[in-house]
Design a protein around this ligand. Sequence first.
Ligand code: SF4
Length: 464
Amino acid sequence: MSDGWRHGDRLHDECGVVGIFDHAEAANIAYLGLHALQHRGQESAGIVAHDGAGLRVHRGVGLVADVFGERELSLLPGRHAIGHVRYSTAGGTGLANAQPIMVRYGGGQVAVAHNGNLTNADTLRARLEANGSIFTTQSDTEVIVHLIARSLAGGFEARLVDALRQIQGAWSLTVLTEDRLIGARDPHGVRPLVLGKLGTSYVFASETAALHLIGAEYVREVEPGELIVVDGNGLRVSRPFAQARRRACVFEHVYFARPDSRIFGESVYGVRKALGAWLARESGVEADVVIPVPDSGVTAAIGYAEASGVPFGMGLVRSHYVGRTFIEPAQSIRHFGVKLKLAPVPEVIRGQRLIVIDDSLVRGTTSSKIIALLRAAGAKEVHLRIAAPPITHPCYYGIDTPERTQLIAASHSVPQMAEALGCDSLAFLSREGLLEAAGGESKGFCDACFTGNYPLPLTDLKAR
Ligand code: SF4
């Protein structure tokens, strides 16, 4: 999540994963890759590396730079590695649930890093526990390793496929054993996963931003339902799962992914600009300046300004130094909230009719404070434009969302929301505009948080 400052009024991506096979500095490469994926999860980070004798792991709570220093990386020698950054959705926070999960079972050692969320994890877990499995975490990912360990199929890959055929939901995985690295993506392709090459070494990552940072070349997306095995013989691709309609998470384009990444075959920057341009065409309004809510609204605001002809201005400056651990020290200054994180630029705002672009609206609590801040700084009019449709339903596929009752758009009409937020006008991007900007509906997207049409079974998950 890039806007950690709005913890609580933002959707949060669950995780990012990387993997590299046959590189002299595998753990260092994984570490750099995780840095580029830090926006996908800030609660914990971990790397498992293979040093020829076995797998070794280091995990910790905090940002990648806090969890790993020279010492930690020096304890992870070897030519193969996988890594993970986590923002918890399934399972609690803390070290016990940090990934990659690494176990030793009858077939050897295996480590798994997972981005997504399993929707039948409770059912599988209950069945496994009834048969004697002992779980050490609350993470749904641990279900996968138990299924691998209990599989009667012959050979690791057959065991893994047997396990993955039993799980439902969203999963993009990197898996490391003593002699191979595997990248796999669920048949609907909900979460992203890409394949790259660094010299002669193959790399997997959630986003191409990780490939750019380590200097790897982008090869292609791991296609939905693909299992790609990299070992001493090179690379093998199989499609061992029943085919399903592609259902890529459209919210990756709206907010989660980094603008310099390519997601689902499209440039995130290009899509975000197109979201802003569609928004301008659908809900233009007379104004003097277009300002983004930084950082996540910037790209859409550039697109809006270009399409509307209204000049772009940085009317809000974000402080990057207010950490998530910031504690407001006394009741008397507890109301500073948004002011600590966003500062208005009076020269851009005073006396002006503003179009304020944000990427999405969740609870609305932060937006109302921003609008009050802009009015206090002298804005003449504030027109809020959201570069996504109203979020009316929670996500069950790997994104942390508030309960439905907390989503302002689930219970308020647009005029009611405008009144509650205190803006002069409010408009959202249409669903059609969103899907067109993301490459067209025929590409196959999940848009359930905007529509309630959940494309994957919610076996263990009751509507919240
Ligand atoms: S419900 Fe929303 S956030 Fe969740 S996978 Fe679907 S589009 Fe993405």
